[in-house]
Design a protein around this ligand. Structure first.
Ligand code: BTN
Length: 255
């Protein structure tokens, strides 16, 4: 059905018409010991989850909603790199399919024309130096019309259909996504993070632009200069110092 040219990613694909959340289901599978590379896909989700306990509107069959179970033999500290691998892959695949170039807003939102097109949610179970599982959830707004977008996100989110006027074949999209993810993941394990970092930075939203951000109480301005090996956002402050941001309130949309 999926016609995948992969070695291990998506060898098992569990497909649902409508479930609560592919992410929650994938975590259950992972806890029950499913294989590395298992993928859960749903046409629609009644309770899609976003980062920071937000909701992810996905109770329609016009988007791609899937979660991947990985069991990488790397230190849990490096797990954020795999989210960056995934964001890079999403940008590359979206670009290839739609001929539009999305931007990656750190850490892992994909934007088109300043609106959110796709998001990634990574959840992990680890202990000391071992990752038991990592579940990477991917949500992409693909064929929704403007009217089909949830009212509460209409002004801040978008879909490929809204931006290009075209509709896209979802199975092809998923195939390409999983093939590219397996290739980039392998490359990351074999050669390290530097190739991913370079590609991520090519897509980085506001790269070399000035933004206002807040860490703790202090508000300051800085230029975005890229990402570090550990996934931190590198910010050059007005005094020329490079700050590594792990979590910060960044005012992305005013200059
Ligand atoms: C975000 O930007 O906050 C992350 C959104 C992640 C959404 C995807 S859709 C498939 C998977 N299942 C979920 O419930 N969430 C993720």
């Amino acid at each position: 059905q999926w016609g995948l040219h992969t070695k291990w990613l998506g060898k098992e694909i569990v497909h649902h018409d409508r479930i609560s959340s592919t992410q929650t289901t994938a975590i259950e599978y992972a806890q029950e010991g499913c294989d590395h590379g298992t993928v859960i896909v749903a046409n629609r989700q009644s309770n899609g989850r976003g980062r920071l306990s937000r909701q992810w509107y996905s109770d329609n069959d016009q988007g791609i909603w899937l979660s991947v179970v990985l069991r990488p033999d790397i230190s849990p500290m490096k797990a954020p790199q795999l989210t960056l691998v995934t964001a890079t892959v999403l940008a590359e695949v979206i670009e290839q399919i739609s001929q539009t170039t999305p931007a990656i807003k750190w850490p892992n939102d994909l934007l088109l024309n300043n609106r959110k097109l796709a998001g990634i949610l990574t959840e992990m179970q680890a202990e000391q130096d071992k990752i038991h599982y990592l579940v990477i959830g991917i949500g992409i707004n693909v064929n929704q019309s403007y009217q089909e977008m949830d009212l509460s996100v209409r002004e801040i989110a978008t879909s490929l259909q809204i931006e290009t006027g075209k509709t896209f074949h979802q199975t092809t999209f998923i195939q390409l996504l999983l093939e590219c993810l397996e290739r980039r993941y392998q490359q990351y394990l074999d050669e390290g993070f530097h190739l991913i970092k370079a590609s991520w930075e090519q897509y980085a939203y506001k790269m070399n632009k000035e933004v206002t951000y807040q860490t703790g109480k202090a508000k300051q301005k800085g230029f975005i200069r890229g990402i570090a090996e550990d996934g931190a956002l590198l910010m050059e402050t007005e005094s020329g110092r490079i700050d590594s941001l792990y979590s910060a309130e960044i005012d992305w949309f005013s200059s």
